[in-house]
Design a binder for this molecule. Structure first.
Ligand SMILES: [Zn+2]
Length: 147
């Protein structure tokens, strides 16, 4: 079974990704975690459908959470983009999450050891996962305005 350490770390990682998804799109997203022997299945739920991402518990126990988060953000970006596509159209969806400097989407990568949304062209654009909405808020409001 999962250790308390890996469970706590996974919770904080999924929360950071959720904060970014909710904060930058306005989507009503949530996460469910199904624990099996030495793996966790993280299920991102949006608009009634779920997408899974599998995490090895050992990676969390070895403090490789930031790498896990890069892979999780990369994989789960796809269903987020599909939701954004439905809500806001292809021009907005292909730019999620939008680079503050250019007309393209940021990619999740390790930056200084932290999972971050990075620009391929400008190395100074690297927003830690979990801070997307706060950092980009002034430049770009949520796709869906809060009601
Ligand atoms: Zn850029």
């Amino acid at each position: 079974m999962g250790t308390a350490k890996s469970r706590d770390l996974l919770h904080s990682l999924t929360q950071r990704l959720l904060d970014d998804i909710r904060g930058s799109t306005g989507l009503d997203a949530s996460v469910a975690v199904v624990e099996q022997q030495d793996i966790y299945d993280v299920i991102l739920v949006m608009a009634g459908s779920g997408t899974g991402f599998r995490v090895l518990q050992s990676l969390l126990d070895e403090d490789r959470g930031e790498q896990v988060l890069v892979a999780m953000a990369d994989d789960l970006s796809e269903p987020v983009m599909e939701q954004v596509l439905d809500m806001a159209g292809v021009e907005v969806a292909r730019l999620w999450p939008k680079c503050p400097r250019h007309d393209h989407a940021l990619d999740p990568k390790l930056n200084g050891g932290r999972a971050s949304w990075c620009c391929d062209f400008d190395k100074t654009v690297a927003v830690p996962v979990g801070e997307l909405a706060r950092r980009l808020w002034e430049r770009r409001p949520s796709i869906i305005e809060p009601t």
